[in-house]
Design a protein around this ligand. Structure first.
Ligand code: DGL
Length: 261
């Protein structure tokens, strides 16, 4: 890693890599430390106070150890709860990932939008508030998929994808009502864009899959300003400069596998 301060990208597992690839594309020379809380994965079913406390303490330790210039919470499930406490506790910018409900409401033509997320994200006030503010006239179907993030983890680790299980997880997103069909599905968990090719292949009908990662990368670039473009581009083309797991597990495999996804 160069001497420049990195950006810390945090998720419960490998999902945040869907955000990293967009950051890399936009800010190729920015050093990135990736941290996965694999001990507590999946975050989707964790009780709210446990999740808040865990993220606050882990991210606090990571910030103290790596002195990043900004933190990206590349996890919807965590962002819907921890953005405010983290912003209050840290002096560096914190960029979050929240369900792309506003763009979905702008893009839909049929007025039927589904939000595909973890069970945690679909029951948060944060999500309900986004719907009230930005999509009051859109029929939103909230789908809390219990096994999808795990399928993405195993797929990225090199296991074959169980497409029947994948279809079971996404089926409730496909709604037909009064002759209209869902035409937009919000990928409201960072793990899901890692499965996008398969999602397109097995979907009951074609829809727009909304991945918020490009917008998160643009937001980070905006927050960093000129600082984001520091130093030479990463010479070896690896997606992250350092990958850490809360279990201490070696995540080098993760960066290697990710480059061809
Ligand atoms: N990648 C995470 C998200 O964006 C959560 C996956 C999980 O831990 O359940 O919500």
């Amino acid at each position: 890693m160069t001497g420049a301060a990195p950006v810390l990208v945090f998720d419960s597992g490998v999902g945040g890599l869907s955000v990293v690839r967009r950051i890399r594309a936009l800010l190729p020379s920015l050093p990135i430390v990736y941290a996965a809380d694999d001990v507590a994965f999946p975050y989707g079913d964790l009780a709210e106070p446990v999740l808040v406390e865990r993220c606050r303490s882990l991210i606090g330790d990571l910030v103290a150890a790596h002195d990043p210039r900004a933190v990206v919470i590349a996890c919807n499930t965590a962002s819907t709860l921890v953005l405010s406490p983290l912003r209050a506790a840290l002096t560096i910018p914190v960029v979050g990932t929240v369900p792309a409900i506003k763009p979905a409401a702008q893009v839909t033509r049929t007025g039927l939008v589904s939000v595909l997320a973890t069970p945690g994200t679909v029951k948060r006030d944060y999500t309900f508030d986004l719907i009230r503010r930005f999509a009051p006239d859109t029929a939103i179907t909230l789908v809390g998929a219990r096994h999808l993030a795990g399928l993405a983890e195993r797929f990225l680790a090199g296991e074959p994808l169980d497409e029947a299980a994948l279809l079971r997880e996404i089926a409730p997103c496909f709604v037909e009502k009064d002759g209209a069909r869902t035409d937009v599905v919000v990928l409201a968990c960072t793990h899901f864009p890692l499965l996008e090719d398969a999602l397109r292949r097995i979907a009951p009908w074609p829809v727009t899959w909304l991945d918020p990662a490009p917008a998160i990368a643009r937001r980070l670039a905006e927050v960093l300003g000129e600082e984001g473009a520091c130093g030479p581009a990463s010479a070896d083309g690896t997606p992250v400069d350092l990958a850490l797991a809360s279990s201490g597990r070696d995540l080098t495999w993760l960066t290697a596998r990710f480059s061809d996804r």
